[in-house]
Design a protein around this ligand. Structure first.
Ligand code: HEM
Length: 204
């Protein structure tokens, strides 16, 4: 097996590890006094971690890791969607206890749920449009659409800060990773814009 293929499988397996650990914990009843709470917190944390991992691939590639890391951007993005779907499912099953009539009320009246749900809907849209066929269909619209992942990360940070309320240590840790990753995009955008202006002024 080629090294790149082996590495892909290792990363895939490691990304599934939190799911396996949580499932075993649920089966063995070792998730603490409030298993539903542990499950919703852990799946939320892993969603955010995979979102950040996905966002860090482009800077890594540009800073020397090369094109071979690029496929992981999609892999980590899809794992973020996977953990977000589990997070939402746990919310529906254990917190809402499938009281469907209360969903819209909860989404509209609890701001942190509104924000989390919006982030999840965008993430679903990005997941659905990440397959090759959709990429071809969307053509030049695909790239701007997928820039919505920045919004998903910002909404995730708001969602988390809203939940934590007073002790914001965790949110500060996530923000200290997210903000440089977003600042990198802003920097690249302005560098690109300046160089385009320079080329158009020298060629005219
Ligand atoms: C991209 C989407 C989302 C991300 C990244 C995310 C992230 C998180 C994180 C990190 C936590 C743990 C907070 C802690 O440490 O206590 C959390 C908790 C929670 N999330 Fe989300 N979430 C998302 C979407 C959603 C959605 C769609 C819902 C429900 C509609 C939701 C409902 C909750 C609830 C109920 C909690 C537990 C709140 C508590 O402990 O009081 N989240 N989320």
């Amino acid at each position: 097996m080629r090294l790149a293929t082996a590495l892909r499988w290792i990363i895939f397996g490691m990304s599934l590890l939190p799911f396996i650990v949580l499932t075993l914990g649920a089966v063995n009843n070792s998730l603490g006094p409030d298993p539903a709470d542990t499950l919703i917190q852990e799946t939320g944390e892993w969603t955010f971690r995979f979102l950040l991992l996905s966002l860090s691939i482009t800077p890594l590639r540009n800073l020397g890791a090369g094109p071979r890391v690029f496929p992981y951007r999609r892999t980590f993005g899809l794992f973020a969607l996977f953990y977000a779907s589990l997070h939402f499912l746990i919310y529906l099953l254990f917190l809402l206890q499938l009281r469907w009539s209360e969903i819209s009320e909860d989404i509209l009246e609890r701001p942190y749920i509104t924000v989390g749900f919006t982030a999840y809907l965008i993430l679903v849209l990005l997941g659905v449009t990440s397959v090759k066929r959709m990429m071809r269909r969307l053509g030049r619209y695909w790239k701007p659409l997928h820039k919505l992942v920045y919004l998903v990360n910002i909404l995730a940070l708001i969602h988390l800060s809203w939940i934590l309320r007073t002790d914001l240590t965790e949110a500060v840790i996530y923000a200290s990773i997210l903000l440089p990753l977003l600042a990198y995009r802003v920097y690249k955008y302005y560098i690109g814009k300046t160089s385009r202006q320079f080329h158009s002024s020298t060629s005219s």
